[in-house]
Design a protein around this ligand. Structure first.
Ligand code: VGL
Ligand code: ZN
Length: 206
């Protein structure tokens, strides 16, 4: 791959694996695919969902809150999730077997108790930057290849924001798995295509 291209590996963490707190079906299948493509890139970013124990996205923090329920919060609608990816717990660690030897940047997001961040670039208030875009631009990167978990949440929001922030954006589809609430994976893929995100497979990279 070229110097101006980065691989962005979103949230491949224990809590999103099959036995985790917020399991993504077949999630661990992305690990060998990511390990295969990471060496093709000079810059590899690993993001981690990194919540405090009292995070606003946890159903446990809302009276009568139910998992997958949509509630109103100060910055709009928030899906309520099981407690997941709590900072410094096993659940928030990157998945075992994931080769991070080429990691250039590690972004931790969702750290503010009052604010979620599906996106690796812009938090859910749609204005707070995580710093990733700036760090990539400093390195001369203007094209990203996004993969990881979950296709229909953090991968989707990260890819959309990459476009918004001026990056040429690609999705490595077989290096992603999704949660799929009411067809949300297909909806996310269609929306990404409509916004000019190039969908490709790992076999097309070299
Ligand atoms: C994610 C739900 C809640 C994700 C993170 O990584 O896709 N999904 N927090
Ligand atoms: Zn989260």
């Amino acid at each position: 791959m070229k110097k101006n291209q980065a691989l962005v590996v979103v949230d491949v963490q224990n809590d999103f694996l099959e036995k985790g707190a917020l399991p993504v079906p077949a999630a661990s299948e992305v690990v060998p695919v990511i390990n295969k493509i990471a060496p093709l890139f000079d810059t590899v970013v690993f993001t981690q969902d990194w919540h405090p124990q009292n995070h606003i996205s946890f159903a446990s923090q809302h009276e009568g809150g139910r998992v997958y329920e949509l509630v109103d919060v100060s910055y709009g609608k928030q899906v309520l999730w099981p407690d997941h990816c709590v900072q410094e717990t096993v659940g928030s660690e990157l998945a075992p077997g994931l080769d991070t030897s080429r990691c250039a940047l590690n972004i931790k997001k969702g750290t503010n108790p009052e604010l979620d961040s599906y996106s690796a670039f812009i938090e859910a208030d749609r204005s707070t930057l995580t710093g990733l875009a700036e760090q990539l631009k400093e390195r001369g990167i203007d094209e990203v290849f996004v993969c990881g978990l979950a296709t229909d949440f953090c991968v989707y929001w990260s890819a959309l924001d990459a476009v918004k922030l001026g990056f040429k954006t690609n999705l490595v589809e077989d290096a992603c798995r999704g949660i799929d609430i009411d067809g949300s994976i297909q909806k996310a893929i269609e929306d990404m295509k409509a916004r000019g995100i190039h969908i490709l497979t790992s076999a097309e990279l070299s």
